[in-house]
Design a protein around this ligand. Structure first.
Ligand code: SAH
Length: 248
């Protein structure tokens, strides 16, 4: 069944107004008619079965009928990734949505080749991936900010997994065994961020600063140098398997 991310509230018998683009997709691409069903979620009220109530020129009106799933969120995992080539950033955002990252924070580092970031396009990719992957929220994508600013404003209690390709760091799985970061087992699930550097890697100064931070753990993603998108996918996969929601 079609899943649609909407902004409006979802409640019994509430009218839901998708955007014009969404309305066109529903009626012209998916050929939905009055009376047809689809699923809608808004990141707050869970997932609702809705019916097409009206098809108007200015858009479709849906009627929320029944809550099919309550609002839930995956583990508090965020991905912090240096800006790389546009196409790879788009892949990273899509995979972060499928792999359950709550947030994707773009950062500028010494060696970032700052391709122009189209945040509206990244938001659309995140939304479409969230609809496809069946999650109940859409990951937030933040505009690029300097790595130092992210580190200076670090949230208390959050841990940073620094993917360090320069060698010598422990494997991700070893790290996860050490730290109480299981989710859903009663103990407060640790909040984690994964940091991936640019194509040129982190500068020596950036590496030193990162390794010295109390909330940081440097990890290796194996003996081969991975491209940033591969590294992001690998790190999120390992984290979810070792400490996230893949064991439910
Ligand atoms: N400077 C590297 C390329 C960096 S790859 C080179 O020698 O060409 C981009 C980012 O992916 C790195 O900064 C790191 O965060 C991550 N990464 C890639 N391979 C990795 C590995 N084997 N272990 C840990 N992190 C890795």
């Amino acid at each position: 069944m079609i899943r649609l991310h909407v902004n409006g509230d979802l409640a019994a018998a509430a009218p839901v107004a998708p955007t014009l683009d969404q309305s066109r997709y529903l009626t012209q691409v998916m050929r939905l008619k009055v009376g047809d069903d689809l699923l809608a979620f808004n990141g707050r009220d869970g997932e609702w079965r809705c019916t097409v109530a009206e098809v108007l020129k200015k858009g479709v009106i849906l009627l929320a009928e029944e809550q099919m799933r309550p609002q839930t969120f995956g583990p508090d995992l965020e991905l912090i990734v240096a800006v790389v080539k546009k196409a790879r950033v788009e892949t990273i955002v899509e995979k972060a949505a499928e792999l359950g990252a709550r947030r994707v924070r773009l950062v500028l580092t010494k060696r970032t080749n700052a391709d122009r970031i189209r945040l509206d396009r990244l938001d659309a990719i995140a939304e479409e991936a969230a609809e496809q992957t069946g999650r109940m929220d859409v990951p937030v994508v933040d505009d690029p900010v300097k790595l130092d600013a992210v580190l200076d404003g670090w949230e208390a209690g959050r841990r940073l997994m620094f993917c360090d390709e320069t060698g010598g760091a422990p494997a991700v799985t070893a790290l996860m065994r050490q730290s109480p970061s299981r989710t859903g087992t009663g103990d407060a699930p640790a909040k984690w961020s994964i940091l991936i550097g640019p194509e040129g890697g982190f500068s020596p100064e950036e590496g030193e600063r990162l390794r010295a931070l109390p909330f940081t753990t440097a990890v290796s993603l194996g003996p081969r140098i991975l491209r940033a998108d591969t590294a992001a996918i690998a790190a999120m996969t390992l984290w979810q398997a070792a400490a996230g929601d893949w064991d439910r």
